[in-house]
Design a protein around this ligand. Structure first.
Ligand SMILES: Cc1cc2nc3c(=O)[nH]c(=O)nc-3n(C[C@H](O)[C@H](O)[C@H](O)COP(=O)(O)OP(=O)(O)OC[C@H]3O[C@@H](n4cnc5c(N)ncnc54)[C@H](O)[C@@H]3O)c2cc1C
Length: 438
């Protein structure tokens, strides 16, 4: 390997937990993927580099950044099928498909994320209670592996590697193109809101699924008396003639060096958010962008964590354990008083397998300020994950340890065995794969 020839770049994960020098190559042609992959024995593919946890890089590793592979290769409107290169950004894909009244529902909440990154993390969108994860929309994948070469993957061809690649965090090789099934969208979103006073009331409301409706909540976690108080949002798709979509590229905002989030600012922003939605119209037409990409234009939320960043804990909790889990969570919350800036609940559907974050249960998200006190709280939360058979997200939580991961993901060893069978030398590596010994 010729690392001297490769330029070094400092790269930081989106949650700011990990920063290191890496090598980056931006292949532009198919033969450049082959050539660049031969430059290093430690490599990984990179989409937009927007994962909270360091999933597409590692110290001294070569990251193949796929953003020049952003073309639409094939589109069949009648069959509702599209083949795109993996580096295409979600907003670029939507700008094209929405002109034809089609879209992909399982898209993550930020428009600059790449399709390759969404496939490798088995992403889900706001509709995950009804549509599950992106796995359900993938027909086939074209993969390049440094020593195994070019491979077509689908349910019919190389099924085992297809299965390992979806949600496989780029560890099977470089996804070069993906064929996706699309669904109709010839409408607009109408958003309705309902106030809730507890976690129990929230869960009762979000469990009532309705066709073409996405349900999720925003709740408060800063005040023991108001714990769980919040708003349940419903986005219903309504048919309309009056449609116009054209999303523009966004730029990342600069980082603030100081953390702004503390118990006072969290209390104030929760009070403001709750009353704003309580007083605003209960039903309104919302822009596509605001519904599907809730953080679009609101990147300031992340910047306000300062240079130390944040920790996100996203958990899939079995419904049968949810009451007991929240009883213990509340007890710990009162005792350790963590600074929680975001608390949200939604339904998730699907079947857990390998290392995929997916199941037929309740999905709960918490954002924490990255500090010692909160990390201590999160260690207790890890124990609750084991106790209540909860699945913590790997791509979101950068501090998750192998021991916790192994106890929560029952097929972790099956993934490891199948991956080593496919790639004995284990060329593709990231900070996550290193930490979790994948
Ligand atoms: C603001 C924000 C909101 C988000 N909302 C959601 C959400 O609602 N739902 C959700 O599921 N996720 C969400 N995410 C997480 C995000 O979807 C994933 O982290 C996704 O993987 C990021 O994609 P990326 O293009 O930035 O890829 P990267 O971060 O660069 O890489 C992510 C993983 O994909 C692999 N990968 C990327 N491209 C390829 C390729 N071409 N071939 C092989 N492997 C590849 C990498 O190796 C890595 O393991 C959100 C992230 C942000 C920043």
């Amino acid at each position: 390997m010729n690392k001297q020839e490769l330029k070094k770049f400092k790269f930081t994960s989106y949650d700011k937990s990990y920063s290191t020098e890496i090598h980056i190559k931006n292949p532009d042609k198919y033969r450049e993927i082959e050539k660049d992959s031969s430059l290093s024995d430690d490599l990984i593919s990179m989409g937009s580099g927007f994962s909270y946890a360091p999933a597409s890089f590692k110290e001294k590793t070569l990251s193949l950044k796929m953003d020049k592979f952003n073309r639409i290769l094939h589109f069949d409107k009648k069959e509702k099928v599209i083949t795109v290169e993996a580096g295409i950004k979600i907003y670029e894909l939507l700008n094209f498909t929405l002109q034809h009244n089609l879209w992909l529902t399982q898209i993550p909440g930020y428009p600059l994320i790449s399709i390759g990154g969404a496939v490798a993390s088995n992403s889900h969108g706001k509709s995950c209670g009804i549509d599950g994860t992106i796995r359900h929309s993938i027909k086939s994948i074209s993969l390049f592996h440094k020593t195994n070469g070019w491979i077509n993957l689908s349910e019919k061809e190389n099924q085992e590697i297809f299965d390992l690649t979806i949600g496989g965090l780029g560890l099977t090789g470089t996804i070069v193109s993906v064929t996706l099934k699309l669904v109709d969208f010839d409408g607009k979103f109408e958003t309705t809101k309902q106030e809730v006073n507890s976690v129990k009331e929230t869960i009762n409301k979000i469990k009532k699924t309705e066709p073409s409706t996405f349900i999720y909540s925003w709740n408060m976690a800063n005040d023991k008396n108001d714990f769980g108080k919040g708003i349940v949002f419903k986005n219903k798709i309504l048919k309309t003639q009056n449609k116009k979509y054209n999303f523009k590229v966004l730029k990342k905002k600069n980082l603030l060096p100081i953390n702004f989030w503390n118990k006072y600012s969290i209390k104030f922003s929760n009070f403001f958010f709750y009353n704003f939605h309580k007083l605003l119209k209960k039903s309104l037409d919302e822009k596509f962008l605001d519904v599907i990409f809730p953080f679009y234009g609101k990147e300031i939320y992340f910047n306000l964590f300062g240079s130390k960043g944040f920790i996100e804990s996203q958990l899939i909790i079995p419904e049968k354990n949810i009451d007991e889990f929240f009883n213990e969570f509340l007890h710990l919350n009162k005792k350790l008083k963590p600074s929680i800036t975001l608390f949200s609940i939604k339904n998730m559907s699907g079947k857990q397998k390998l290392i995929r974050f997916e199941d037929n249960n309740i999905c709960v998200t918490f954002d924490f300020v990255n500090n010692k006190k909160n990390k201590e709280f999160l260690q207790h939360l890890d124990k609750l994950c084991i106790k209540y058979q909860i699945l913590p997200s790997i791509i979101k939580d950068s501090r998750l340890e192998k021991d916790i991961f192994d106890k929560c993901y029952s097929e972790a060893d099956i993934f490891r065995d199948k991956l080593s069978k496919f790639d004995k030398r284990r060329y593709y590596k990231s900070e996550i794969s290193n930490r979790l010994k994948l």
